[in-house]
Design a protein around this ligand. Structure first.
Ligand SMILES: Nc1ncnc2c1ncn2[C@@H]1O[C@H](COP(=O)(O)OP(=O)(O)O)[C@@H](O)[C@H]1O
Ligand SMILES: [Mg+2]
Length: 351
């Protein structure tokens, strides 16, 4: 596989050289990592959970400091001691979990901590709305300036975060797993927006482990495994199989061949589960399904639409307002977790 850096006399907008990061608890999250960015590229940072991707980018954004190594931005060696230093050098970051203030409007979030306030206390609302409109149009990122952040969909929250970075002068945009919280429609929209930003000369780091997305949108990719860089490649010169081998460290079977399943009797039966959370929002609205022996049931949806609540009910982290759930005929709602386990149920969480 050709080396993705193979261009002579190249200048990079960002060079991270031999970066090592050991957290206070002794975890070596990055070990001697080299990472660079060309102006105007979309660069994927790939790797399995825990590979060290977020840590590397937190150092570029000034949220963490390297234990050793150097960071050069536009030819200048920097001590990125805080995000404000990074922002001053044109680096912005959109986090995996958004950092917006839910009770404030989109426009207020846009300018928070930035513009001079009208009186000492209040944000100049009219000005904030004007700035938001202006940037929203310029970058073709549709948001509703006057809506409260708590009332807008996840996809729009992400646009607000991107605009926040742009309004602060970011030319290099780091996006940490931006598609994890999006529907496929929202992902398609995001890709159009990112391509637009790229055409305008912005440089984008796109953290992901989704191979199809990476192949579609990125120019180059850096692969990490266990805190180390496995190299940098031109996206069009590598295959998905090669990428996953580098990410995981062995051959990965990307397609599953199996016979049709023959499901047996119903094991888990859920009927009319309802749950209203502490804020009065109905998180589960008469959810019913059966899972039969030998069956895999997929539950699809964007984060925040009740999946977590559903699991909480089935493993007694919480009890529903109404409904039933049985395993082989035994009710599990409100049952001690040990008893639920004795019925043969176990929980493997992603967190
Ligand atoms: N603040 C922290 N303190 C201690 N260990 C951390 C911290 N953040 C991340 N880690 C550890 O560092 C390693 C890399 O994590 P991370 O950079 O978040 O990986 P990725 O983003 O690729 O999933 C993991 O083992 C993780 O548990
Ligand atoms: Mg991460």
């Amino acid at each position: 596989m050709p080396d993705g850096n193979a261009v002579s006399n190249e200048t990079f907008v960002v060079q991270m050289k031999s970066i090592t990061k050991v957290y206070p608890n002794g975890v070596a999250a990055n070990q001697g990592v080299d990472f660079n960015l060309r102006k105007g590229e979309i660069h994927a940072l790939m790797g399995e959970n825990g590979a060290g991707k977020s840590t590397l980018m937190k150092m570029l954004f000034g949220l963490e400091q390297p234990t050793s190594g150097e960071i050069i931005v536009n030819g200048e060696k920097l001590e990125l001691t805080s995000p404000s230093v990074a922002i001053a050098h044109g680096i912005g970051m959109v986090h995996q979990h958004f950092m917006l203030v839910p009770s404030l409007s989109v426009a207020e979030n846009m300018v928070l901590g930035m513009v001079p306030k009208k009186s000492g206390l209040f944000i100049d609302r009219a000005k904030a709305i004007e700035i938001t409109r202006q940037y929203s149009e310029k970058f073709n990122l549709h948001v509703e300036p006057e809506a409260k952040v708590m009332d807008i969909p996840v996809g729009m929250k992400q646009k607000v975060e991107i605009l926040k970075a742009l309004v602060r002068g970011a030319k290099i945009l780091i996006m940490d797993e931006p598609t994890a919280v999006l529907t496929s429609q929202e992902t398609a929209e995001l890709f159009v927006e990112l391509k637009h930003l790229k055409d305008e000369g912005y440089t984008i780091v796109f953290i992901s482990h989704k191979l199809n997305e990476i192949m579609e949108i990125t120019d180059r990719l850096t692969i990490m495994r266990n805190g180390r860089s496995m190299g940098v490649y031109n996206t069009r010169e590598v295959t998905k199989e090669q990428i996953s081998r580098l990410m995981v460290g062995r051959d990965v079977v990307l397609s599953v061949q199996k016979d049709r399943a023959v499901p047996g009797d119903t094991v888990l039966r859920v009927r009319d589960l309802e749950y209203v959370n502490e804020w009065g929002k109905k998180m589960l609205d008469k959810v019913s399904f059966d899972v039969r022996k030998g069956e895999i049931l997929g539950i699809a949806g964007v984060e925040g639409n009740g999946q977590k609540e559903l699991v909480d009910m089935l493993f007694n982290f919480n009890v529903p307002n109404s409904g039933t759930a049985t395993v082989n005929g035994t009710s599990i709602l409100g049952l001690p977790q040990q008893k639920i386990r004795e019925l043969g149920v176990s929980l493997a969480t992603s967190a």
